[in-house]
Design a binder for this molecule. Structure first.
Ligand code: ADP
Length: 276
């Protein structure tokens, strides 16, 4: 009988502990959801008037202004856009926290995606004397099945950083189809290689955490939120891939992304033996 009581006692303690664990998890989940909802509402509340402000600033472009006034308008425009980007980052984080991340996988022309991406950044790069280019390395896979918008956001974040932290020099984007692994799934590796300021070994372990920015004077001057790489990592992991970085201070950084990606085909073409 003593043994029986001891056994009961033991189970009741374990059940109580399990219940407590479940309650704590539910509370944490509810807390996360409430936080995400708050961030979403706040972001929308900020976006609406900000859009109005930026829209009216655009109208001023067609108005005769003095040189000084033109400069003020341009500065307001830049600040407004930076603020909008920050609000978008917060919205992205809120979306991830509430688990509302869905991918739309379709056949994507990878070369075209890279060309358009480079073209969108070339003005900014040239302005600061930074060379920009992309190329295939090794085996190609022209068409891949992936979420185009998500991949664009990943590359835009990496490319934007690479340009920002390479005041003079070069940024190269390489794309390669890696040799097939045991499970026969093709993997695409993308590398964003810059010759910029680099990242110190201490910072290297934390760059993919949220709200981490470099504490150097250069980092402070560029004024980031430290959310870009956290968002980038979540998207890459959401797509089933991995992300990493190698860097030497003063010489440059290489950010790489590996994504499992089935081969796609151009719309309107018949599948080849190779295409899935
Ligand atoms: P943000 O750029 O908005 O500060 P990110 O999450 O994109 O935030 O980057 C976090 C930090 O990682 C940056 O502040 C910078 O210190 C460092 N970093 C990111 N990319 C590079 C790069 N290509 N070269 C040097 N440092 C970088």
């Amino acid at each position: 009988q003593e043994l029986f009581i001891a056994f009961l006692h033991d189970i009741s303690k374990r059940v109580a502990a399990e219940n407590e664990l479940l309650e704590t998890r539910d509370r944490a989940l509810a807390g996360e959801r409430a936080k995400a909802e708050f961030l979403t509402v706040m972001s929308h509340e900020i976006r609406t008037p900000l859009n109005g402000l930026l829209g009216n600033l655009t109208l001023l472009h067609d108005t005769p202004l003095s040189d000084d006034q033109t400069r003020y308008v341009r500065n307001m425009d830049i600040s407004g856009r930076v603020l909008m980007r920050h609000v978008d980052s917060v919205l992205d984080i809120a979306r991830f926290q509430s688990g509302a991340l869905e991918f739309d996988i379709a056949c994507t022309d990878l070369g075209l995606l890279l060309t358009e991406l480079i073209n969108s950044q070339i003005g900014q790069a040239e302005q600061q004397g930074t060379q920009l280019c992309w190329n295939w390395v090794g085996t190609r896979m022209e068409w891949g099945r992936t979420d185009r918008a998500a991949l664009e956001q990943v590359l835009l974040n990496l490319l934007g950083n690479a340009i920002k932290f390479t005041p003079q020099g070069s940024v190269d984007v390489e794309i390669e189809r890696l040799p097939e692994t045991e499970d026969n799934k093709p993997v695409i590796e993308l590398r964003v290689i810059d010759t910029g300021i680099g990242i110190s070994p201490d910072d290297l372990d934390h760059v993919f955490d949220d709200f981490v920015t470099s504490d150097t004077s250069f980092g402070r001057a560029t004024g980031g939120t430290g959310l870009g790489l956290g968002i980038t990592r979540r998207i890459v992991e959401g797509l089933g891939g991995t992300i990493g970085v190698e860097s030497t201070p003063g010489e440059g950084s290489t950010f790489w992304v590996r994504l499992p990606m089935e081969q796609g085909r151009a719309p309107g073409t018949t599948p080849t033996a190779d295409a899935h």
